[in-house]
Design a protein around this ligand. Structure first.
Ligand code: ADP
Length: 499
């Protein structure tokens, strides 16, 4: 059967051909130093677009615009209902351009357009709508107080939740649009103003979203988008004394740099970082769902998920069956460019990521791990890596300890349930975990024992705008999504009145 390829929409071709600038103060402006960088199509390695290479002076201008919009003009004067309506309008506009965003995301990141159509774009729309609803519900409390040293006096005490201020948001390349929505939605609902720094590998959907922000009618300077590299645009944003809070999603390594950079003015920090999630299959699980579930837990988005189920613990009696099943699923995965409709898995995002993942595979082999399927690159153009299942690993191996961020799972047999929990928790990370079993009590016991921000039971990768997501340990600070995320973007003020 001939491969069906999606025709690139005229709006997408036109957008890609544009000379991309920076969104500062409601206008698209050239970077001050006039530099640009290439963005690549990971399916071919060819140049896809050129974007402004923002530097410190551009970050300064964007922060100044965000400060002005935070302190004066229509944004702080707006009612919370008007604010919520604007966020909802942004969601409507995004939904109206679903196909365009799905194609942009596929071209820029490499993911199958079919996945972007049903996951990345709709999840982003849904998140914005969920957060739009919160704009009118960010409430303080009235608090009865006693004040023991003021006998006979009466007080009224209440709290206000106020926007934290100017927010720097630095996002990664694995879900470029969705990460932008996760960040912008709650910050806007809370009344903050924003400087968004998308990843240099995948800036296109954030730039197009910038167009929609302008079209929706957000006041100038409420959302600013500065493209550029981590060290030259991200680092000055994280360190900027005019920024009140930095929200970061990316690697744990860079997360630690963000914390250091933020120390200068002690800006508030939230971090959603790496993971090495244990995915635990018990012998009493429904293997008909657990096996495809374990495959999708690691291979979804080419393993480029911070929560990827990259350590597959399988109870001994069913180890071979589960490993064979996951390997069989891996072998069926069709690699190809994201715009081909029969593609199950696209390329990794960049040549660096390709080198990194294949480097892990080499290291695993050298240390004695065995690939039961996949194991490297299929060859040819683009940054493709075969979905890989490793066995015969040991806990100290790099492939078991470190986040690979690619389609590579280490399958590890277990027999002792207590040792299993210790092994599952034997990681610096604590983002997510999953348990597959028919035994309800066991499922809840293990869910409680795992030190991770999310535990899925008999499922994996279930995300919802209402469900908080974030990490224990070195997987981060704070939570994304749910009403919990609003804490990242608000200050809590106590007001006390003597009556
Ligand atoms: P990866 O290593 O997978 O590319 P990173 O954590 O490096 O992921 O990148 C996530 C985001 O952090 C990107 O937008 C990147 O530009 C940015 N970034 C990288 N280094 C720094 C840094 N030193 N300071 C601030 N942001 C950075």
């Amino acid at each position: 059967m001939a491969t069906q390829t999606v025709d690139i929409a005229p709006a997408v071709s036109k957008f890609i051909a544009r000379t991309h600038q920076l969104l500062i103060g409601g206008r698209w402006v050239a970077p001050k130093a006039g530099k640009a960088f290439d963005v690549f199509n990971p399916a071919t390695g060819d140049v896809l677009a050129r974007c402004a290479d923002g530097q410190k002076e551009d970050v300064d201008a964007a922060v100044a615009a965000a400060r002005k919009a935070f302190e004066s003009g229509p944004w702080p004067a707006m009612t919370v209902s008007e604010r919520g309506k604007l966020v909802w309008k942004l969601a409507d506009l995004l939904e109206a351009h679903l196909e365009e965003f799905a194609q942009l995301e596929s071209l820029d990141n490499g993911k199958p357009v079919a996945v972007a159509r049903v996951a990345d774009v709709p999840l982003s729309v849904d998140l914005l709508r969920y957060m739009a609803g919160w704009a009118t519900k960010i409430e303080g409390d009235t608090i009865p107080i006693s004040v023991p040293y003021a006998p006979g006096e009466k007080f009224l005490a209440y709290t206000l939740r106020e926007p934290v201020g100017v927010v720097g948001q630095i996002i990664p390349w694995n879900f470029p649009l969705l990460m932008a929505a996760w960040k912008l939605g709650p910050a806007l609902a809370a009344g903050c103003t924003i400087v968004l720094k998308p990843a240099e590998q995948t800036p296109l959907s954030a730039l197009r979203l910038g167009d929609l922000v302008c079209e929706a009618g957000f006041p100038d300077g409420v959302v600013n988008v500065v493209t550029g590299f981590g060290e030259t645009a991200g680092a000055p944003l994280a360190a900027h004394p005019g920024v009140d809070k930095v929200a970061f999603t990316g690697s744990t390594e860079v997360g630690k740099l963000i914390v250091k950079a933020a120390a200068g003015n002690l800006k508030k920090v939230s971090l959603e970082l790496g993971g090495k999630s244990p995915n635990i299959v018990y012998a009493d699980a429904d293997l008909e769902t657990a096996i495809p579930g374990a495959a999708s837990a690691i291979f979804f988005n080419h393993g480029q998920c911070c929560c990827a189920g990259s350590r597959l613990f399988v109870e001994k009696g069913v180890f071979d069956k589960v490993v064979d099943g996951v390997a069989a699923a891996a072998k069926k995965i069709k690699l190809g460019p994201g715009l081909n409709l029969d593609t199950d898995m696209g390329p990794l995002v960049s040549s660096e990521q390709f080198e990194r993942v294949t480097g892990f595979l080499d290291a695993g082999r050298k240390e004695g791990a065995k690939a039961v399927c996949g194991g490297g690159s299929p060859g040819g153009k683009g940054y493709f890596v075969q979905p890989t299942v490793l066995v015969d690993t040991r806990p100290e191996m790099k492939v078991v300890r470190e986040e690979i961020f690619g389609p590579v799972v280490a399958a590890i047999p277990f027999s002792d349930p207590e040792q299993l929990v210790r092994d599952a928790n034997n990681t610096n990370y604590g983002l997510a975990a999953a348990v597959w079993t028919r035994d309800v009590s066991k499922a809840h016991r293990v869910a409680a024992a795992i030190r991770a921000g999310t535990v899925w039971i008999n499922c994996f990768n279930i995300f919802d705008a209402a469900l908080p997501f974030g990490g224990y340990k070195e997987s981060g600070w704070g939570r994304e999504m749910g009403h919990e995320v609003l804490k990242n973007y608000t200050e809590h003020k106590a007001v006390c009145v003597r009556l």
